[in-house]
Design a protein around this ligand. Structure first.
Ligand SMILES: NC(=O)c1ccc[n+]([C@@H]2O[C@H](COP(=O)([O-])OP(=O)(O)OC[C@H]3O[C@@H](n4cnc5c(N)ncnc54)[C@H](O)[C@@H]3O)[C@@H](O)[C@H]2O)c1
Length: 396
C-alpha cells in the first residue's frame, strides 16, 4: 500500500526476489506509469529492474488492493499544522485491506509512525474483524534507506522488526529474509516504532550541536569549519558539519512524533528542532543585512545569487528544505528584485525562476551558499564578492 520513494523500490526488489507483488497506490498516474515500466520517482539503477518485473508479471500495480497473503503499509506520515503526527494515511490504507484479511496473513506497517500506531491499527483491524484476533500476524518494520542508494541499502541494511507478539515478529522476519541480507533484529512493535524516531532524532540533535556552534563562532569571530576539524582530532569526538538548517521529510519531521507525545521528557529533542529551525531564520536575516550593507556602501541594490534549493547536496528534493525557506524569505523582503536562484539538480520550477550556477556566480555581488552541491565546489573564491557560505563550500 503506497508506491512512493520507499514502497515502489521495496515492491520492485521483492518482486525481483520472486515475491508476487500487487502494488497499490491511490494515485492513478503512479499506477499507470508503474504498469508501463516507467519509474515515477528519481532513483538510479532501478528502472531496468521495474521493467523486468512488470514484463514477467511479478509486479502489477493497481488503485485498489486485492486478496494477498501479506500487506505492507508504506504511505506518508506527515505532521499536521501544530506538529502533531498525522496517521490518517496509515489508517486509510489499513481500512482498505481489512476486508481482504484472512487467517495466517501478515500485516506490516513500514511508514514512520508515532509510538503506539501498530497497536492502534491492531485495534481497528480487530474491531472490524473480531474473528481474526489471534489468527493473523501484525508487525512494525521501519525503513532506513537513503534515497539514491536504495538498490544496495534495501538489501544490505539491517532492519528492526517488532511484532505485536513474538510469533508476528518471526513471521515478518521470515518474509523479509527473502530479500534482505542485513541482520533482521527482533523486538516488539513499540520499540521498533521508537527506534526509527530515535535514529532521526539523533541526527537532528547532532546537527543542532554543529549549528549552535556555528552561531557561537559567528559572534566570536572563529572559523567554525576549522574549529570542528580541530575538535574532531580528539579520538572520541565526532562533530557533524553545520548547514543552513535541517530539511527533508524525515529528520525535520520525525522528532516531532516524539515531542508531540512526550513534551515534558523530550527537552533536548525539542530544543534541537528549535535550533535547526532558527538557523534557517538566522541565515535569512544575515542575507538581508548583507544586502542592506551593500546598498548603503554602493548606492545601488545588489545582485544576489542563492546557491541551492534542495535540502541536502546533490539531490532534487525540496521537501522541508531550509534553503528553499531562506530563498523565499529573502525574495519576499526585496520584492523579488535582483535575486538569482540556483538549483543545478532541477531543470524548471513552478515558483522559482532558475539560473545556471556559473552565470549566477559570475553576475552576483552577494553569493549565498545554501546547499553544498558538488558543482559549487569547483567555483573559485572571489574577494570582489560578498560570500555567505552557510554550508562550507570554501570552509572560510
Ligand atoms: N523517503 C524516505 O527516504 C523514507 C525513509 C524512511 C522512511 N520513510 C517513511 O516511509 C513512508 C513512505 O514514505 P515515501 O517517501 O515512500 O512517501 P511518498 O510520498 O513518496 O509515497 C507514498 C505513496 O503512498 C500513496 N498513498 C497515500 N495514501 C494511500 C492509500 N491510502 N493507499 C495506497 N496508497 C496511498 C501516495 O499516493 C504515494 O504515492 C513515510 O512514513 C516516510 O516517513 C521514508
Amino acid at each position: 500500500m503506497g508506491l512512493g520513494y520507499i514502497g515502489l523500490p521495496t515492491a520492485i526488489i521483492a518482486a525481483k526476489h520472486g515475491v508476487q507483488i500487487i502494488g497499490v497506490d491511490i494515485n492513478p498516474k503512479v499506477v499507470e506509469m508503474t504498469n508501463q515500466g516507467h519509474l515515477h520517482i528519481i532513483e538510479p539503477g532501478i528502472e531496468e529492474m521495474l521493467k523486468e518485473v512488470v514484463a514477467n508479471g511479478m509486479l502489477k500495480a493497481s488503485t485498489t488492493p486485492e486478496e494477498s497473503d501479506a500487506y505492507f503499509m508504506v504511505v506518508p506520515t506527515p505532521f499536521k499544522g501544530n506538529h502533531e503526527p498525522d496517521v490518517s494515511y496509515v489508517e486509510a490504507a489499513t481500512r482498505a485491506v481489512i476486508p481482504f484479511l484472512k487467517k495466517g496473513d501478515l500485516y506490516v506497517i513500514e511508514s514512520t509512525s508515532p509510538v503506539g500506531t501498530t497497536e492502534m491499527m491492531t485495534k481497528i483491524i480487530f474491531s472490524e474483524r473480531p474473528e481474526l484476533e489471534g489468527q493473523i500476524y501484525i508487525a512494525y518494520c521501519p525503513e532506513r534507506i537513503l534515497p539514491g542508494n536504495v538498490i544496495y541499502e534495501l538489501v544490505h541494511n539491517d532492519r528492526v522488526i517488532g511484532g505485536t507478539n513474538p510469533e508476528s515478529s518471526d513471521k515478518a522476519i521470515e518474509f523479509y529474509s527473502q530479500f534482505v541480507t542485513g541482520t533482521l533484529h527482533k523486538t516488539n512493535c513499540r520499540t521498533a516504532e521508537m527506534c526509527k524516531l530515535t535514529e532521526n532524532s539523533s541526527r537532528d540533535v547532532q546537527i543542532a550541536f554543529a549549528n549552535e556552534l556555528s552561531l557561537i563562532c559567528d559572534k566570536a569571530g572563529i572559523n567554525v569549519w576549522e574549529l570542528i576539524n580541530l575538535a574532531n582530532k580528539h579520538p572520541r569526538v565526532n562533530i557533524l558539519q553545520p548547514g543552513c538548517g535541517v530539511g527533508g521529510h524525515c529528520i525535520a519531521v520525525d522528532p516531532y512524533f516524539i515531542t508531540a507525545e512526550f513534551p515534558a521528557e523530550s527537552k533536548i529533542i525539542a530544543n534541537a528542532r528549535e535550533i535547526n529551525n532558527y538557523k534557517a531564520f538566522w541565515c535569512a536575516e544575515k542575507v538581508k543585512n548583507a544586502m542592506l550593507e551593500f546598498e548603503l556602501k554602493n548606492h545601488r541594490k545588489p545582485i544576489v545569487a542563492m546557491m541551492g534549493l534542495a535540502f541536502k547536496p546533490d539531490i532534487d528534493d525540496l521537501r522541508e528544505s531550509p534553503a528553499k525557506y531562506i530563498s523565499t524569505k529573502v525574495m519576499q523582503s526585496c520584492n523579488n528584485a535582483d535575486i538569482l536562484v540556483v538549483e543545478p539538480n532541477i531543470k524548471e520550477h513552478n515558483v522559482f525562476k532558475l539560473t545556471d550556477y556559473l552565470e549566477a556566480y559570475d553576475k552576483a555581488d552577494i553569493v549565498v551558499f545554501l546547499t553544498a552541491h558538488t558543482p559549487f565546489k569547483s567555483l573559485e573564491w572571489s574577494d570582489d564578492k560578498v560570500i555567505l557560505d552557510f554550508c562550507g563550500i570554501f570552509k572560510r
